[in-house]
Design a protein around this ligand. Sequence first.
Ligand code: PLP
Length: 439
Amino acid sequence: MSQGFGLTTTARLALLQRLAKRRARQEESGGSGDARGFSALPGLRDFELMRTAIEALHLPNPFFRTHEGIASATSRIEGQEVLNFSSYNYLGLNADPRVMAAAHAAIDRHGVSASASRLVSGERPVHAELEAAIAAHYEAEAALVFVSGHATNVTVIGHLMGPRDVILHDAMAHNSCIEGARLSGARRIPFAHNDPQAAERELAAARRGAGRALIIIEGHYSMDGDVPDLARFIEIARRHDAWLMVDEAHSMGVLGPTGHGIAELQGVDPSEVDIWMGTLSKTLSACGGYIAARRELVDWLRHTVPGFVYSVGLPPVLAASALESLRILHAEPERVARLNANTRRFRDGLQARGLDTGSSAAHAIVPLMTGSSVRAGQLSGELFKRGVNVQPITFPAVPERAARLRFFLTSEHTAEQIDRAVGIIAAASGGLAPVELAG
Ligand code: PLP
């Protein structure tokens, strides 16, 4: 095991012994060595190790927790009312009565499914309305919506680029961008996180001899909560004849005084970005993804990209929910201001107590660096016991030393809730026992 997961050497050895025993038991009972078995799948060992560590440390499992109602500033999980920091309900629109009414009306009119691909089976009016609204949001010529944000990146990047091409992406880019790049067969080059100079160096070295080039960045990074210098990336893209794609999953409705994203925050002309991508699942309180760009690209995607052509249309109920959420976002920019103020209050509160919040720019996402996966798991478990729900981000999602808790704020958190959470977090962080294995 190359990673220590924050355990002492003795604890690590004990854990490895446990893992070895578990494997031996599985093998005895025929769970392994079976030609048709799945136990050799990559990643399974890391997952088993993490599960064994969770059990050995008597931590509550932080994954797949069941929310019994609406997950907003608070949530009810396993019968307990908690302060919630693990949902992307950034502007509190998931339970907004106007969004629910739009969803009900769409169900009454169309049922719950689009029932087939839009290309072959036809549109619902709300698809075109949503696409027009998203295009207008980015001052783009056109937009296209897909059934999943993840699938949008995979299918669009995978389809747009090919084996002769080169893709540069931020080292902390979302998995969906990386999967899309892999699918394309293009040469894939990660550059150091949020470092335009590194991106330019890599691009300059790789550009000659390559076909097309694509730079992928995020408007607001989901792990660290920091933002790139968009104008610099535009310059680099132009200088090296590359397209620039910006994933706005966590910037739509979050960045800029009216939530128009990174371009608004930094006063950049949005038409300078070649491909805007985002999801409907966060601020827009639905599910699905979108691309906003020039009409020629959107038309090409609409007729050729496999994840759209060969996949069911976005359920009208979700299109209607996203459309109404977008309308509310534009009508009530004070929600964006509240979200940003809440996040600043939370981040500054943690920092004032000497806690490490990494490079968070305090727009909606605040990491709390813990230095090890076990400590992240331990702290998440302790906080849950004290009524704060937050997920640990552990190896292999981030390098072991970059393990953390990741807090998502909403416009709906009150100042009292934020201050209470900060107090609980500071107390729990200081009072953690050294990591030793129980039993
Ligand atoms: N892009 C980024 C940056 C994300 O953080 C996510 C999801 O968290 C996605 C894409 C995928 O979006 P979805 O969860 O809506 O499929």
